[in-house]
Structures are given as structure tokens and as C-alpha cells.
Write a protein that binds this ligand. Structure first.
Ligand code: 5GP
Ligand code: ZN
Length: 114
């Protein structure tokens, strides 16, 4: 999608600090980290949110979680612990409309909710 910043990151048109890449998925550091370790995992195919992703190609969720699993093992984050978060829409405060999975860790995280 031409006006999507995460598609531009996939295409290399916007710089990012990449931490993982395979044929389907890339991950990079969040520009405004909310934890000691804060990464964003995205599928290279554009969808706007997790519901559109499931409606169009549910196999993408497997691509994403396989990538996260491989990455956290390499980082040792599977032993430390981590959290995966996906925001959808206004109530959750989604700001970028290319489906993404926040992977947060590197320290003890606060509880979440309101
Ligand atoms: P959301 O609020 O939609 O769940 O998450 C969007 C995330 O993308 C935010 O945490 C924000 O800091 C991050 N972000 C927005 N623009 C950029 C960018 O250009 N580069 C990177 N690395 N992260 C971005
Ligand atoms: Zn996109």
C-alpha cells in the first residue's frame, strides 16, 4: 500500500532497525519504545488489522508467531518472559493501520488494561 509507513519500511523506503527477517515477515525496533525491549513484527503483505488479516489469509498468523518464536529463542527472551500485543481500532489506540504485533520485554512489565 503506497501510503502505509510499514509497507515503506518493508520496501526499505523508510529506515528502520531490523531485528528479524524472512520471506514473509520482518521485525524492527519500535521508534518510541515502551519497554527495555520493544519490537514490532509485521507480515510483508499489507492488511489493516488482525480481523482483515484473518479474513484474507489466516496462515499469516502462523508466519508471525513462528517468527516471534524463533526470534525470542535467539534473544533469550523466551526464558526472561515477554508480551505480545496487537491493538485494533480506536478503543485500543491503534495508530498504524498495517497489522503489527508488539513484542515487549527486557524487564518486568506492568499489568495492562485501562
Ligand atoms: P499502535 O499504536 O498502532 O499499536 O502501534 C504503532 C507503533 O508504531 C507505535 O508504538 C509507534 O511508536 C510505532 N511507529 C510509528 N511509526 C514508526 C516508524 O516510522 N518506525 C518505527 N520503527 N516505529 C514506528
Ligand atoms: Zn502496509
Amino acid at each position: 500500500m503506497s501510503d502505509c509507513i510499514f509497507c515503506k519500511i518493508v520496501e526499505g523506503k523508510i529506515p528502520s532497525t531490523k531485528v528479524f527477517e524472512n520471506n514473509q515477515v520482518i521485525a524492527f525496533k519500535d521508534l518510541h519504545p515502551l519497554a527495555a525491549k520493544h519490537f514490532l513484527f509485521i507480515h510483508k503483505s499489507h492488511t489493516k488489522d488482525i480481523v482483515q488479516m484473518m479474513d484474507s489469509d489466516p496462515g499469516q498468523i502462523k508466519d508471525i508467531y513462528q517468527s516471534i518464536s524463533q526470534f525470542v529463542k535467539d534473544e533469550g527472551m523466551n526464558e526472561e518472559g515477554f508480551r505480545v500485543v496487537t491493538n485494533l481500532g480506536a478503543h485500543a489506540g491503534q495508530t498504524v493501520f498495517h497489522t503489527h504485533f508488539h513484542v515487549l520485554g527486557g524487564e518486568t512489565l506492568g499489568r495492562f488494561g485501562k
